[in-house]
Write a protein that binds this ligand. Structure first.
Ligand SMILES: NC(=O)c1ccc[n+]([C@@H]2O[C@H](COP(=O)([O-])OP(=O)(O)OC[C@H]3O[C@@H](n4cnc5c(N)ncnc54)[C@H](O)[C@@H]3O)[C@@H](O)[C@H]2O)c1
Length: 286
């Protein structure tokens, strides 16, 4: 996607964080933004701010876990301006903690938003992309989709699912002859949006800002990159996990602080565990 002007770009989870930062950049490049989020007030505020900066933006309240609502919003988008050119599946949630300390419903919600929501959005809008002369599917996964993350087991596994889905769809589109639909999978380490409050970035890395990541995503999409893996350490993860014996990879992850990076996660209120010291698992954080 080299030129954004006039391209209709739908972003999920656009009210805050990475989604909002991306919207600001793409709006400044002339994209026609379709901003969606489950949270109405922050979504409206973000859309107002982006329009105030001179960009073209409409917004729709949309919870990606609600299949019927996705189809209603798709109909409204088609009726008001036609098919989209770019879908950015960005909405995501995380609930850190030892597996048994996190209520089952939160584990299920993680899969519901991060995986099923993303699949449902892609199912609803992929035909739009295929029908356009040039189109792009951007799936925001995570570095957690490339390696094991203790104290975030369902988050990590949901992102593994996103990586597997995204890569499979990319090859499927190519085999079907739809090479004009590019797919980029985004795998960042920690970003200072509040979602991962309390998490500690591994050695030799620091928290990215949403603005830094959004710049890298835009550049990656403009180059039709298959992956945006950032910071640099994340680029090594698939190679290291592939060539090192598993126990050695475990030891390296521990030494770098990656394996323990989620142990102090609090997240932003009200999602933070209320009493992290009293763990149902009986385990003490290391
Ligand atoms: N922040 C990080 O450190 C980090 C690292 C790697 C990957 N990611 C991924 O980046 C994406 C964005 O994260 P962020 O840090 O900007 O988070 P954020 O919480 O700041 O923003 C996420 C947005 O998604 C929305 N959302 C949540 N559930 C939704 C649903 N069911 N339907 C529609 N919207 C929903 C929220 O309302 C929020 O506005 C997520 O997929 C996350 O997993 C974040």
């Amino acid at each position: 996607m080299k030129a954004w002007k006039g391209k209709r770009v739908l972003i999920t989870g656009a009210a805050a964080g990475i989604g909002r930062a991306l919207a600001e950049r793409l709006g400044a490049r002339g994209a026609e933004l379709i901003l969606t989020d489950r949270d109405e007030a922050p979504l409206a505020a973000t859309a107002d701010a982006i329009r105030g900066a001179g960009a073209i933006a409409t917004h729709h309240v949309l919870d990606v876990t609600k299949g019927a609502a996705i189809l209603q919003v798709r109909d409204a988008i088609h009726a008001s301006g036609g098919p989209i050119d770019v879908l950015v599946n960005n909405a995501g949630v995380v609930f850190g903690g030892a597996f048994l300390d996190v209520p089952l419903q939160k584990h299920l919600d993680t899969f519901s938003v991060n995986v099923l929501g993303l699949v449902s959005m892609t199912n609803a809008f992929l035909a739009d992309l295929v029908g356009r002369p040039r189109a792009h599917l951007v799936n925001v996964a995570s570095a957690a989709g490339l390696t094991a993350v203790p104290f975030a087991s369902t988050y990590a596994s949901s992102k593994w699912a996103v990586v597997g889905f995204s890569e499979s769809i990319r090859l499927e589109l190519a085999r079907l002859g739809h090479r004009h639909v590019h797919v980029t999978t985004v795998c960042p380490l920690y970003v200072s949006t509040g979602l991962f409050e309390g998490a500690r970035p591994p050695l030799f890395t620091s928290m990215l800002t949403a603005a830094q990541l959004a710049d890298e995503i835009v550049e990656g999409v403009e180059r039709d990159d298959v992956f945006v893996r950032t910071p640099w350490l994340v680029k090594l993860v698939p190679f290291l996990n592939g060539v090192l014996p598993t126990r050695l990879a475990d030891a390296l992850s521990t030494a770098l602080g990656a394996a323990g990076s989620m142990e102090q996660w609090t997240g932003r209120a009200p999602e933070a565990p209320k009493a992290p010291a009293r763990r149902a698992s009986g385990r003490r954080p290391r």
